[in-house]
Design a protein around this ligand. Structure first.
Ligand code: ADE
Length: 271
């Protein structure tokens, strides 16, 4: 997988990506990274790449031409004749998620454009961008951190990047549920014991317990991820048990309503 990043802060990207797992993957040749400093393509020759917005308003706008020239250079480097998948990081884009990471990991070359200031001249975006992506509903000072977040998540999907080939699969989101809690030695830490089932040596019980914990976590933290069509009979039985012992579980009215909805229990008659 070859990453290309057009940015005003190449050192930020280089430092971040050459660290830890992505850094090791680059040393092994599983990933490559090329940063392109947009400032090198200034048309005024003094490194300036922004100007005032037409129509007035606060802030500066990144000009179209330096970005387009940087893009042309990038195409020459990739030997991709006409077009490359190019992600523009913006809070106005589609929100990034695991399935998107998986899909983008299939590309051989993937480019990112990091904006700054008040924005980027719309004409160059229309000319070169293939995907508009946000990493969440908040506004950052630039696209560098979002680009790194995306590259990190995508890199983990590239075969060989994670040492244990399974670890990319059995974790949060891969089956639509959040990951179950993990424990390691000692057996009792500051008075807190490891859940006994994990010490039982009974793989079937351990698997069931972990799956139920995943269900519980997803229900508690991200009920929006729980879809009726993804739940099997056992899952529904567990959720029903949870609802029936609602006083012990201290469920909120909202949680009860989510559970009833999932279980197909009419709210009108049972409340
Ligand atoms: N640039 C600024 N904020 C952003 C966000 N939330 N996602 C992607 N790019 C951004």
């Amino acid at each position: 997988m070859n990453f290309y990043v057009m940015t005003l802060f190449p050192e930020m990207i280089e430092q971040g990506m050459h660290t830890s797992i992505t850094g090791r993957a680059m040393e092994k040749g599983l990933l490559s990274l090329k940063t392109i400093n947009i400032r090198d393509y200034s048309v005024t020759g003094n490194g300036r790449i922004d100007d005032y917005p037409y129509g007035g308003g606060a802030g500066m706008v990144m000009q179209a031409e330096p970005i387009y020239r940087a893009y042309e250079d990038l195409l020459r480097q990739t030997r991709a004749q006409d077009k490359i998948r190019l992600v523009y990081l913006t809070p106005q884009g589609r929100v990034f998620h695991q399935a998107m990471a998986q899909e983008l990991a299939q590309e051989e070359n993937l480019a990112f454009l990091c904006g700054h200031y008040e924005g980027v001249d719309e004409r160059v975006l229309e000319a070169i961008v293939t995907d508009y992506v946000s990493i969440g509903d908040y506004v950052l000072t630039g696209g560098e951190l979002p680009a790194m977040v995306m590259m990190d998540a995508i890199s983990r999907m590239v075969p060989g990047v994670l040492s244990n080939s399974d670890s990319g699969v059995s974790e949060s989101f891969s089956d639509g549920l959040l990951e179950y809690p993990q424990y390691s030695r000692p057996e009792i830490w500051r008075g807190c014991p490891v859940p006994p089932v994990l010490l039982s040596g009974h793989h079937g019980n351990v698997d069931r317990w972990r799956h139920e914990q995943s269900l519980l976590r997803t229900f508690r933290n991200r009920p929006d991820l729980l879809k009726k069509e993804n739940l099997n009979k056992e899952d529904l039985k567990y959720l029903r048990k949870l609802l029936e012992s609602e006083t012990d579980n201290g469920l909120s009215a909202e949680e009860i309503s989510v559970l009833k909805n999932l279980l197909g229990i009419s709210l009108k008659f049972s409340d």
